[in-house]
Write a protein that binds this ligand. Structure first.
Ligand SMILES: [Zn+2]
Length: 176
């Protein structure tokens, strides 16, 4: 299986530090309290969850599933909405999102259950190191990260090249 951030292992795009910027205080970033998933952070260990996009949104607004994915067929509507516990993964989301205008990174809270994003969780990256998740329920915007460091032009070109190769190979996002 290929992963969108290292298709066929050929992309030179950096995988990022993928650090959780704000570990959850309730579980000290462990994602578990007394062997149960931590309710505060939805079991992610991340005290803040992010969504990268090019949409212009305000706190309180909902991000619904149904936007086109950033790879695969352009007319394909995603049945999920994606979120991550790491700023680096959110940065890729903001930079690669379809649409015009600058990328934006919002702090979000899920309104329903979340699960690991299978597109970024495989044998190559055991344990979901990019802390990428998805939900069928909307995400509520609670804030915006206004200062973030984008990837370099070279990193962005390498990533876009990798996504374009995937598109040509007919690789579609995993949406089951
Ligand atoms: Zn927690």
């Amino acid at each position: 299986m290929t992963s969108i951030d290292d298709p066929k292992g050929t992309a030179s795009a950096r995988r990022g530090p993928f650090d959780v910027s704000h570990p959850c205080g309730a579980c000290q970033g462990q994602g578990k309290v007394d062997e149960q998933p931590c309710a505060t952070c939805h079991g992610t260990g991340a005290g803040r969850l992010f969504h990268g996009t090019k949409a212009d949104l305000r706190p309180g607004e909902l991000i619904e599933p149904g936007r086109p994915a950033n790879f695969g067929k352009p007319d394909r509507q995603s049945r999920y909405v994606y979120l991550t516990g790491t700023l680096d993964a959110a940065t890729w989301g903001a930079e690669l999102a379809l649409g015009e205008g600058p990328g934006r990174i919002y702090v979000v809270e899920p309104t329903g259950p979340i699960e690991d994003d299978p597109n970024l969780t495989d044998k190559k990256y055991p344990g979901n190191p990019t802390r990428s998740y998805r939900s069928r329920q909307p995400l509520r915007v609670t804030g915006e990260v206004v200062e973030w460091q984008g990837h370099s032009k070279e990193e962005l070109e390498a990533m876009k090249g990798g996504l374009e190769r995937l598109r040509r190979q007919g690789v579609e996002p995993i949406e089951e």
